[in-house]
Write a protein that binds this ligand. Structure first.
Ligand code: TXA
Ligand code: MG
Length: 329
């Protein structure tokens, strides 16, 4: 275990970018902001560094990782883009969309990072600091969300620090992220598939493709067998406090995760109240989601009651994460 490492924290600037690139070159572990959540990056071609990364996250198994690249050209060196992939890359990169594609035969990414699959997940992040680090490093960087396995994804450097201090080399602090939920993952198979709802709403992707995205079979969502996107496992997003969904009232010793202005009975007696978006804005709610879950998880409440959140647009990703949080670990 890497516990005992000295974890440096640098404000996001040119010096931090240089330090991050050097650290990656040396096989180090660097947490950096992307527009979705903070990522824990390491050199995608360095199997030893990737093994350290899994160890630092405390991952129970070697889930496949997303390779972050600077542009579509760099993506094409590690994966084959079919027509679907090209359309989506042109429409949404840089941005919160990950494409699952066949690996090229000379793909430089270590097999450990793709968990032995013959496909690879790729994305071009939009965050200026992530892009600067990728440019300075010059190769693909694998980066899962920078949280301990089983915790919700980090949306600030403080979240990263509380999970991973002493386990990683460097945290680049770029402030709070903009999107707040992870990237949408689309499998660019013969039938394009929505593997994980996320920062790009399904409807926008379907509009570009001119067709509906398929959903993987429900049984892909269980521990049985190899799921298409193992991140869909129920345990992925659970806080320690039980989560109660679609709450119409707050019960004794519950904390409330609210949405919108409507008040619910019992709210005045709640252990704590946080409102994802008082004005009912789904992108604001997404940006607040993981930080508020983390904060409410520390209040010693018996449960976190969550008011209903609409399902359209980013609401699909928000409800997906809430459902996983409610399944517990
Ligand atoms: O927004 C994001 O995507 C963030 C930032 C840091 O980029 N990253 C992220 O990574 O959420 P992670 O490791 O927490 O989730 C990656 C997901 C997992 O569910 C994994 O199973 C899936 O991507 N995945 C990776 N490679 C895959 C593949 N070849 N086929 C299917 N799913 C894959
Ligand atoms: Mg994650």
């Amino acid at each position: 275990m890497n516990v005992g490492l000295k974890t440096q924290i640098l404000p996001a600037n040119e010096a931090a970018v240089t330090a991050a690139a050097r650290c990656l070159t040396e096989g180090g572990l660097v947490a950096f902001p992307t527009e979705t959540v903070y990522g824990l990056g390491t050199d995608a071609a360095n199997a030893r560094a990737i093994a350290r990364l899994y160890e630092a996250k405390g991952r129970p198994s070697f889930n496949p990782l997303i390779a972050h690249v600077g542009d579509i050209g760099a993506g094409m060196r590690i994966a084959s883009f079919n027509a679907t992939a090209q359309k989506l890359a042109e429409a949404f990169w840089p941005g919160p969309l990950t494409l699952v594609l066949p690996k090229t035969s000379d793909c430089a990414v270590a097999d450990l990072a793709t968990a032995g699959l013959d496909t690879i997940a790729i994305r071009v992040p939009a965050h200026s600091i992530a892009r600067a680090i990728l440019r300075a490093f010059g190769g693909p960087v694998v980066a899962p969300s920078a949280n301990l396995s089983g915790h919700v994804s980090p949306t600030s450097a403080a979240h990263v620090h509380s999970d991973l201090a002493g386990r990683i080399d460097l945290i680049v602090d770029g402030g709070a992220v903009a999107v707040g939920v992870e990237s949408t993952i689309v499998g660019c198979f013969d039938t394009p598939m929505l593997l994980r709802p996320g920062g790009v709403p399904r409807g926008e992707i379907e509009r570009v493709l001119g067709r509906e995205l398929a959903r993987p079979a429900e049984d892909a969502d269980t521990d049985a067998g190899q799921p298409l996107a193992p991140g869909m496992l129920a345990s992925h997003y659970a806080p320690r406090t039980p989560v109660r969904l679609d709450a119409g009232s707050v019960e004794a010793n519950e904390a409330l995760l609210a949405f919108g202005t409507a008040s619910v009975p019992g709210a005045e007696a709640a252990t704590a109240v946080m409102d994802l978006s008082p004005r009912g804005d789904l992108s604001e709610a997404a940006a607040n989601l993981f930080g508020y879950l983390r904060a409410l998880d520390t209040k010693g409440a018996r449960a976190i009651a969550v008011m209903p959140v609409p399902h359209h647009g980013l609401g699909e990703a928000i409800n997906d994460r809430l459902r996983r949080a409610a399944m517990g670990r």
